[in-house]
Ligand binder design. Structure first.
Ligand code: AHG
Ligand code: MN
Ligand code: MN
Ligand code: MN
Length: 337
């Protein structure tokens, strides 16, 4: 057979985002591209530290707790510092919100840009020390016209985000991104130091066969959650029950849901009255990606992207995934109402 030289068409994340802007004919200023470059850099830097964590004493606790009362791991703190540092230095940000910082960071004038970034620097903290997949989640707003960058610029519905994504640190580092025109996945090629397009135009299958919940919370679940789970575990004759997959890192559970379909749920319940997951930097970006991939994201009674946040660390119940599966969840809530 003939020798086939490797393709010279390497589509990096930066090239792909620029190509998308050319295609849409947006008067691209390059600002979003530069911001996304800064975000990519933080993911590469965090990925490197995740990979070496066990060798350089980066496992275990940092010694402090965050505003939500969680004990911070060393990697939570380091990843947060990496992101705040790079995003400020990019000159493209005005407001930063991090899971690990009590207050929003308002960027000083000389570095100020027009974007706000909300992020979960290290998602899946409980999995770090076991070497299980973890990630970073981010969402991007543009400051409102005339605004100098205040907390009001991020207390807006998720539907107003201009970009959202996550990076999963697993057997490879995968960055999944939407700028509002579908979802694309990129894999870090360590030899190039670049994220390369490997998953163009991700679409969630309209129905899946997997459910992903922490069923250890069953004692506290509300009736619609219990009834829904029963319906997929004990289906009517002729149908097969769903398989369970729960990693406990939202990034990894959502990544699988985007690729394979099914439903991921972390509902509010009798114990976690407002749910566990944080609206701004967990639920919104993942809901944005889910909808962009053709899926559905709901609290059970309300579209997640329509929620208007009132505080930066507020929580929400979450169900997201395949359209038909999540539609069934919603029916159980309607039956209860
Ligand atoms: P984080 O590590 O950023 O605090 O997020 C943890 C979240 C999320 O990753 C995951 O889906 C969920 O908590 C797991 O919660 P349980 O351990 O209660 O199942
Ligand atoms: Mn945490
Ligand atoms: Mn998280
Ligand atoms: Mn986190």
């Amino acid at each position: 057979s003939e020798f086939q030289p490797p393709s010279t068409e390497i589509i990096t994340l930066t090239r792909h985002v620029l190509a998308e802007q050319f295609r849409l004919g947006v008067a691209a200023t390059g600002d979003l591209t530069l911001l996304l470059n800064a975000i990519q850099l933080t993911s590469k830097f965090i990925a490197t530290n995740v990979r070496r964590a066990r060798l350089i004493n980066l496992v275990g606790l940092a010694g402090d707790t965050n505003v939500q009362g969680e004990e911070q791991k060393k990697l939570d703190v380091l990843s947060n510092d990496i992101m705040v540092n790079a995003l400020r230095a990019s000159g493209k940000t005005a407001v930063l919100v991090s899971e690990e910082l009590d207050e929003a960071v308002i960027i000083e004038d000389r570095y100020k840009g027009k974007y706000c970034v909300v992020f979960d620097p290290l998602d899946g903290s409980s999995n770090i020390d076991a070497g299980v997949n973890i990630g970073t989640i981010f969402g991007v707003y543009q400051i409102r016209p005339e605004s100098q960058g205040t907390i009001e610029d991020v207390l807006r519905p998720g539907s107003e985000m201009v970009a959202a994504g996550y990076t999963m640190y697993g057997s490879s580092a995968n960055l999944v991104l939407s700028t509002g025109n579908g979802v694309n996945g990129y894999t870090l090629d360590a030899s190039l130091g670049e994220f390369v397009l490997t998953h163009p135009d991700i679409k969630i299958p309209p129905r899946g066969k997997i459910y992903s919940f922490n069923e250890g919370n069953s004692l506290y679940f509300h009736t619609p959650t219990i009834n829904y789970l029963n319906s997929i575990k004990y289906p009517t004759a002729g149908k097969s029950p769903y398989s369970a997959r729960y990693i406990g890192s939202m990034v990894a559970d959502v990544h699988r849901t985007l690729l394979y379909g099914g439903v991921f749920g972390y509902p509010d319940d009798k114990k976690s009255k407002k749910g566990k997951l944080r609206l701004l930097y967990e639920a919104f970006p993942m809901a944005f990606l889910t909808e962009q991939a053709g899926g559905t994201a709901t609290t059970g009674t309300k579209r997640i992207l329509d929620i208007v946040p009132t505080s930066i660390h507020e929580r929400t119940g979450v169900y997201l995934g395949s359209r038909d599966d999540v539609e069934e969840v919603i029916k159980f809530y309607e039956a209860e109402a």
